[in-house]
Design a protein around this ligand. Structure first.
Ligand SMILES: C[S@@+](CC[C@H](N)C(=O)[O-])C[C@H]1O[C@@H](n2cnc3c(N)ncnc32)[C@H](O)[C@@H]1O
Length: 219
């Protein structure tokens, strides 16, 4: 069974102006955000990140991931939904010799990746990972899988399990009560699926997902 583990405990919480996003959000903004192009990463905040640059914030998270999984030089790690590869770069920095790769749907993010990960990132979708069975020692997917509709999300979890078995970690959007759900729905741009933890756990079980998990909860 999937176990909950907070590997992002040392990631600084980003500032969110929920009221402003609520006002700005319309179907056209959501459509553009879901393209995961330049506007999502480096355009105005209403469309996504509002500027996605490297600032080292993933470094402590990388340390905690290496410690949690006991990762060693020579082992292979895949970050699904790696964006510009900041976590990929930091994992290699904190564990020299670790072979880290990434995959993302965004051609823009891969073309604008961190210089240390050039050639290590692939453009592709989480539900169709172009790698052999059992080819990674660990697969991570942080704040990404909820961008797929439920049936494709199940396929994506099966893909992660196929590559690395139970040595994996996914973090996805969730909420614990009606107030948090309302805040989340005011903020969310790109997620196709979200649920209470019980709904996610049912989905993990349906997929046969054996790795670890955590929730991103706003508010
Ligand atoms: C909110 S960002 C998270 C990026 C990074 N993992 C982080 O936590 O900062 C979501 C990422 O998922 C990527 N993405 C969206 N749909 C995807 C899919 N079907 N397969 C792979 N990546 C996807 C987006 O391009 C984007 O880089």
């Amino acid at each position: 069974m999937s176990a909950e583990v907070n590997l992002l405990a040392r990631l600084p919480v980003s500032k969110r102006n929920i009221e402003k996003r609520k006002e700005a959000k319309d179907p056209e903004v959501v459509r553009i955000a879901r393209e995961f192009g330049e506007t999502f990463f480096d355009g105005p905040r209403d469309y996504g990140y509002g500027g996605y640059g490297y600032d080292g914030r993933w470094r402590p998270v990388a340390e905690d991931i290496v410690a949690h999984f006991g990762l060693k030089p020579g082992e292979r790690v895949l970050d699904v939904g790696c964006a510009k590869g900041f976590l990929v770069a930091d994992l290699m920095a904190v564990c020299p010799g670790l072979e880290v790769f990434g995959l993302d749907i965004s051609d823009y993010a891969v073309r604008h990746c961190h210089p240390d990960v050039i050639g290590r990132l692939h453009v592709g979708s989480a539900d169709d990972l172009p790698f052999p069975d059992a080819s990674f020692d660990c697969v991570l997917s942080i704040n990404t899988l909820h961008n797929l509709p439920r049936p494709r999300l199940i396929t994506a979890l099966r893909e992660i399990d196929r590559l690395s078995g139970a040595r994996s970690f996914v973090q996805v959007d969730s909420y614990h009560d009606a107030r948090q759900k309302e805040i989340f729905e005011s903020w969310v741009l790109t997620a196709e699926f979200h649920d209470y933890p019980s709904g996610w756990l049912a989905l993990f079980a349906e997929a046969g997902y054996r790795g670890d998990h955590a929730w991103t909860v706003i508010g």
